[in-house]
Design a protein around this ligand. Structure first.
Ligand code: URA
Length: 235
């Protein structure tokens, strides 16, 4: 695989940045500078150091995005902006897609990848991956909502939700909800079943992965090796 493709596939550099880095000796292959970014390397077998850091090649790419309001969790839409439009440069070309959906007005942690089998598995209800959401409500939440959510809310269409945890803030105008499933508008409908309404909703964790507070809305970064390992344990 070409060095420039490897670095750009990994989101480490654009092709032209890779070319410049090679020319200036910032890319070492098995300890020796690789001056030509079009030369081929075997990332599974050779040691590749980019700007002083050993890189470990991965076939798939994983991105953490802090989703802003107003974006659809999709790769295309005929009318509305989609989350993949927030990625720039080489990542745009990598056919990443969102792992699961957040509503257009929901913000927070969204993972994007091009690893289809993994996305499918972590979303499967069999895997019970917990997702934590911070919400605010229009009215104070009703007494007894903790037990109601724990025992499984029945939605207006008759769907019986799995047990969920709700921890309310003082004043009961919001708090944290943990779900292990992801039905359409699930939290909004669960809160509606208590004759209340969600005003804001933000996902703050997905399994062991927490929203990086250094990311402003609309910003993203690659997942760390540890975060990827926590997803891959579901494979
Ligand atoms: N529940 C909702 O109602 N909306 C989301 O975006 C996520 C969970």
């Amino acid at each position: 695989m070409r060095i420039d493709k490897l670095l750009s596939d990994m989101g480490l550099a654009t092709r032209s940045e890779a070319r410049a880095a090679c020319k200036s000796g910032q890319v070492l292959v098995d300890g020796a500078p690789a001056r030509d970014s079009s030369s081929h390397v075997d990332p599974e077998r050779q040691s590749i150091v980019f700007r002083g850091r050993e890189i470990s090649y991965r076939r798939y790419t994983y991105v953490m995005l802090n989703k802003p309001e107003g974006y659809v969790s999709a790769t295309e839409d005929s009318k509305l902006p989609v989350v993949t439009e927030l990625l720039d440069g080489e990542l745009r070309k990598m056919e990443l897609f969102p792992v699961g959906r957040l509503d257009r007005d929901t913000t927070g942690l969204m993972i994007l990848t091009n690893n289809g089998p993994l996305a499918h598995r972590v979303l499967s209800p069999k895997h019970h991956v917990p997702k934590v959401y911070r919400f605010t409500a229009a009215e104070p939440m009703a007494e007894g909502v903790e037990e109601k959510f724990r025992d499984g809310v029945t939605l207006a269409d008759g769907y019986e939700c799995k047990s969920a945890q709700i921890v309310l803030d003082e004043g009961r105008m919001g708090g944290l909800i943990t779900l292990t499933e992801g039905k359409y508008h699930q939290i909004k409908r669960m809160v509606a079943s208590t004759h209340n309404r969600v005003v804001t909703l933000e996902r703050i964790s997905f399994g062991d992965i927490e929203l990086d507070t250094a990311l402003a809305r609309g910003e993203y970064r690659l997942l760390t090796a540890e975060e990827i390992a926590s997803l891959e344990k579901h494979m």
